[in-house]
Structures are given as structure tokens and as C-alpha cells.
Design a protein around this ligand. Sequence first.
Ligand code: ADP
Ligand code: MG
Length: 259
Amino acid sequence: MSKVISFATQKGGSGKSTLALVLAAPLAIQYGLKIAILDCDYQQSIVKTRKQLDEPSLAILRESDPAADYPYDVFPMSLKSIFDFIDNPENDYDLIIIDIPGRADGEDVFNALTGCDAVIVPLVSDYLDRASTAEFMGILEALKKAADKAEVDFQYFGLATKRIGGRREEKEMDDYIDELGLSRFQSYLSHRMVYSRASTLHSLLTPAYRNYAGGTKDSSEEIRRVCDELIEKLDLPRRKAEAAVELEETTDTTPTETK
Ligand SMILES: Nc1ncnc2c1ncn2[C@@H]1O[C@H](COP(=O)(O)OP(=O)(O)O)[C@@H](O)[C@H]1O
Ligand SMILES: [Mg+2]
């Protein structure tokens, strides 16, 4: 059975799609997981990233390596269709990530969340975000209660993203999360330009692509920590040995060679 997660909150622009993009490629390439993203957001950020940014790059890669391919699958999908996908035994992924629209008003969003093993709420420390996050938490609490009653596993977590170190808001956000009683990822993503260059073809943990995208060892460390915590919290398999992951990090391979 695939594990299903979504990065969800009703607040648009909080980094849901970016989190999916930043994590999916490393989880597939460095950790060896079989991954699919179901893009159910009308913005189609992930589908567009693949089409507009990655398709031309893959075409170039294939000139020298005909076997080059995407490290994971991306499917544009309506929220209604996700259960057919998840329940189909042919879709034997380790992890299915659903990119859900940034709203919480319809039954379809609620239903989609019920299909998840875990919902991860990106937390951004601004006041407007906090207000709408509190509302969203109510929905997740209701879901959790229903899941407990039906004896199905359901977890939800907060994960800080676009985090700016040392700011007063950050401390207030931490206090606020504690107040909500929200279990959280200790790991987080900072506010960094490199994350806006996340690709569906290359991993930001692959040194050559990371350098090209303007990342640093610090950005790799952050991504690695979030991947590790996700794997642990969801009890996902590790298909590549720790050592192999380390090796990939220190060897200066080109993106072409990682495929
Ligand atoms: N950690 C981050 N650091 C810097 N910019 C980010 C980060 N996460 C997201 N962004 C930027 O914020 C904007 C909204 O992100 P996006 O992932 O599209 O949000 P959502 O899917 O919630 O609407 C994008 O321009 C994206 O590049
Ligand atoms: Mg989005």
C-alpha cells in the first residue's frame, strides 16, 4: 500500500507546491523511493514545472543518454479521481503526494484530505497566515476524530517554510504552534531562492544541480533533514543505504550522471 500525503492549507502562496517539488526529487533520486505527484490544484504548478522547465532539459539529456527519464511520475488530476488512483493496485508507489488547491470550502478538498495518511501544513510566519491556519486546523482536528473513530491512521503536522532565522515572528510562530498543540516537524525550509528552482527532473541534493540552482551545503542539509523526518514519521522504506546517500552528496556528479 502506498503512503499518501499532501501539503495542504487554505492559504495560497504558502509554499505547498514548492514543498512537494523540493522533496519529491531527492526522495526519488537520493533515497530511491518510487513517487507520484497528483497535481489537483487549478494552478497546475507541478505539471507546468515539468512541461515548461523540465521537458526541454530532458530532451537535451536524451541526446546523449537515450535512457534518461524523469525520476518520478506527475499526473494532472481532478480531486474526484484521486481515490481511483490510490485504490488501483497497479499504482504501487512508496509515496503519493497530492497537491491540493489552497482552499478548504468544498467537500472535494475535505474528501481528498481523508485519503491521506498524513497532511502536512506549511506554516509561514505572518499574521494573515496564522489566522487562516487556525481555521484549517479545525478541519484537520475533525478529520482526525473521524479517522480515530473509524480506526484508520491519520496524522497531521505543521512544517515551517520560508523561515527567516532570528526574526521575532519566528519565535511568536513557535509559541503559536505550541499553543495549537500541533505536532510539528523539527526540520524546516528557510526562505531561499534556491527552492524556487526546484525541478521535477533534478534533485537539489545533486551537487551539480544544486550549484547551478544557487544552493549551498546549508540548503542540502535542510532538505535532507526534512526528507529524513518525513521518512521516519511516515515509516517509509529506505531503498538506498545511508552510505549511498552520503556518497551522492560528496561526489560531484553531473545531473546527467545521476539518471
Ligand atoms: N522556502 C521558500 N523560500 C523562498 N521562496 C519560496 C519558498 N517556498 C515557496 N516560495 C515561493 O513562494 C511562492 C508561492 O509558493 P507555492 O509553492 O506556489 O505556494 P502554494 O502552492 O501554497 O500556492 C512561489 O513564488 C515560491 O517560489
Ligand atoms: Mg500550489
